[in-house]
Design a protein around this ligand. Structure first.
Ligand SMILES: C[S@@+](CC[C@H](N)C(=O)[O-])C[C@H]1O[C@@H](n2cnc3c(N)ncnc32)[C@H](O)[C@@H]1O
Length: 268
């Protein structure tokens, strides 16, 4: 969850603590680990939209990167036809709505049905689907581009490769991905896991993974993406949570199509 000026009480946990949460069945929607993520975001969905929904107004670098993505996606669509942009882990859909104002059809996908419900009411120009990053509700090569802003931060390490493969499956060859995550919290080391049990007065149960960009880039490359630009930045004072952040702009390799689609296409 983006934490902005309203502080969430975070405590550091170890990787072992996190894995002890257990898992009773295969990763994806309905997994016990992600049930906790979904339930947490369900509880704060309306408040999240109220507090965070206008945040892009205070985040000029994000707006610039999103405009860049739209320009690149438009070029892809000139040759491959309309496919729009998927917002993966969209929350209430405010970023998807910003993209829609730039003229690109946008589909928001989120594991939290409450987030999607809020989004459908507030942003009628955005299409929404409830679903998991690990089994995206999208057909192979459906989209000309995708964004995943601060949604992989809740994935368990062993699940990130599957999520990257799903992104690769649903973005058409030559299409674009903009992915963002936290590198480190002020005063902490990269790679730590923080746990939150309360947000805006609501009980939550969320692990936040602060990620090493090199590992994320390696994972995306293995899934068939080519890194085209990397932007690291500090938090924007007054606008967001005090973390160092990374934005990766990647192109879906045209060559990666056949070798990666087989395993994942069953989800479509
Ligand atoms: C920190 S919020 C970010 C929301 C939005 N992208 C933004 O930038 O404000 C993380 C979002 O990812 C969603 N999410 C977390 N894990 C997910 C998963 N495994 N599958 C789909 N959505 C997930 C959460 O429900 C939540 O809405």
């Amino acid at each position: 969850m983006r934490i902005s000026s309203h502080r969430t009480q975070l405590r550091r946990v170890t990787a072992t603590d996190s894995r002890e949460q257990g898992r009773s069945h295969p990763a994806g929607y309905g997994d016990v680990v992600y049930d906790r993520v979904r339930d947490s975001y369900d509880r704060v969905a309306v408040r999240y939209a109220d507090e965070i929904g206008a945040e892009l107004a205070g985040k000029p670098v994000d707006r610039a990167l999103l405009k860049c993505l739209v320009e690149l996606v438009s070029t892809v669509e000139e040759t491959t036809g309309s496919g729009g942009v998927a917002d993966l882990g969209c929350g209430p859909g405010h970023v998807a709505a910003f993209l829609a104002t730039l003229g690109v059809p946008t589909t928001g996908i989120d594991i939290s049905s409450a987030m999607v419900e809020v989004g459908r009411k507030r942003y009628p120009d955005v299409h929404f689907r409830v679903g998991s990053l690990l089994a995206l509700l999208a057909t192979d090569a459906e989209h000309a581009g995708a964004i995943a802003l601060y949604s992989i931060i809740h994935l368990q390490p062993e699940d990130r490769p599957s999520a990257y493969l799903e992104m690769s499956r649903v973005i058409r060859p030559g299409g674009w991905l903009l992915l963002a995550f936290h590198i480190s919290l002020a005063g902490h080391e990269p790679g730590e896991i923080m746990h939150a049990e309360e947000r805006w007065g609501e009980q939550v149960d969320l692990d936040f993974y602060y990620l090493d960009p090199a590992e994320v880039i390696e994972g995306l490359t293995s899934a068939g993406f080519v890194l085209m630009a990397r932007t690291d930045r500090e938090h924007w004072p007054g606008a967001e949570h005090e973390s160092r952040r990374c934005y990766l702009l990647c192109r879906r390799s045209p060559e990666a199509a056949s070798e990666h689609l087989g395993a994942a296409s069953a989800h479509a």
